[in-house]
Design a protein around this ligand. Structure first.
Ligand code: XXG
Ligand code: FE2
Length: 352
């Protein structure tokens, strides 16, 4: 997959459209529990944003019959980048549709593509500016979600996927590999933090998670306490904890449809042109959780269906290379805490 056309200048990941089967239950999760702000809503569609956001939305919840992901939206630097996106993806042989303004509420023209990996990407520039609630602390609450931080996409062949994204101008900042050169995951950025999206090796194309940022770790701990108080602790899938990759403090939740949402804070700056790539050994038991806490199997095996430009599910393809869960968890899995000290690899009692 190659194109000699100039790539669109992507500024950041900006919005995701989720199809949800019970919009009232989803509204309760994202608004009442997580505190995202309603920019506008109808009975079947809710446009939400995080507290420091000034574009119209970071998340669209749309009522539908099956849970799915309909769009991964990226903001580009100017109107001219829409034509670049059109030309670039047409040269890649992808389906490309340029919509009129208003196809998405609060957004101008959108270039929609089904990208070479099978994901529905959207590129936009013009957007209605809405109230940025950065200083409106009366709306923040103790679990304040301030920004959309990143997407995470499941795809069978991480190296191929990462090469496509690097060709689109993303910078690889971290990855997980083994001594045979198999890549299990990669993190790729346009903005000056660890990633705008990541590729997790597995059956795909599928959406692994969408991540929102808080300013502080205590915001994440409050969300956990609030879920406990609401007797909704079953929404917590993994964490809270400290990532190895990205160094961020994290929590993974599952929404009422099973869509995975990460709450994420305090990764690091990656904006210099010579930002050093961080590569983790797949057997390093601190790569995904710096404290060595195990990754629950569902985190590796479950993800959301993605839709094509007509709203039909994109068929997934199984990963052919070795699976991270197989090589690190369970009877045949192997991970170390200290590379040459295999006698005491795992913390006692934390085996799944
Ligand atoms: O955002 C992330 C940063 C790090 C990790 S990992 O679990 O530490 O690999 C996962 C993640 O992709 O969700
Ligand atoms: Fe993440």
């Amino acid at each position: 997959m190659s194109s000699s056309a100039p790539v669109p200048d992507i500024v950041r990941c900006a919005y995701m459209e989720l199809v949800v089967t019970d919009i009232a239950a989803s509204r309760e999760f994202y608004v009442d529990i997580l505190g995202l702000v309603v920019t506008e809503e109808t009975e079947t569609e809710i446009h939400l944003r995080s507290l420091e956001e000034f574009i119209h939305h970071n998340l669209v919840l749309r009522q539908g019959s099956q849970p799915a992901v309909a769009a991964f939206g990226f903001r580009v630097r100017g109107e001219a980048d829409l034509a670049k996106a059109e030309t670039y993806y047409r040269e890649l042989g992808c389906e490309v549709r340029r919509t009129e303004a208003g196809f998405r509420k609060g957004i101008g023209e959108v270039v929609r593509v089904l990208d070479p990996l099978g994901f529905p990407y959207e590129f936009f520039f013009d957007t209605e500016h809405v109230e940025r609630l950065t200083w409106n602390y009366e709306h923040h609450g103790a679990g304040a979600i301030v920004r959309l931080d990143h997407f995470n996409q499941v795809y069978p062949d991480v190296d191929t996927g990462a090469r496509y994204l690097e060709g689109l101008g993303f910078r690889r900042t971290e990855d997980i590999r083994d001594s045979e050169g198999v890549t299990y995951a990669a993190w790729l950025a346009r903005k000056d933090t660890v990633h705008d999206t990541a590729l997790t090796g597995g059956a795909g194309p599928a959406m692994h998670h969408v991540a929102f940022a808080t300013h502080e770790k205590h915001n994440i701990l409050y969300i956990c306490d609030k879920l406990g108080a609401l007797r909704r602790s079953d929404s917590i899938e993994r964490g809270p904890g400290r990532h190895g990759v990205s160094n961020a403090f994290y929590l993974y939740l599952r929404d009422p449809d099973g869509h995975r949402v990460e709450i994420y804070t305090q990764d690091y700056y990656t904006g210099d042109p010579d930002n050093p790539l961080v590569t983790w050994d797949v057997h390093d038991n601190q790569r995904r959780d710096w404290w060595g806490s195990p990754v629950v199997p569902s985190w590796y095996t479950e993800a959301s269906t993605v839709l094509d430009l007509d709203g039909n599910p994109v068929p997934v393809r199984e990963r052919e290379q070795s699976q991270e869960m197989d090589v690190t968890i369970g009877a045949d899995g192997f991970s170390y805490t200290r590379k040459d000290d295999t006698a005491t690899g795992f913390k006692v009692g934390s085996q799944l």
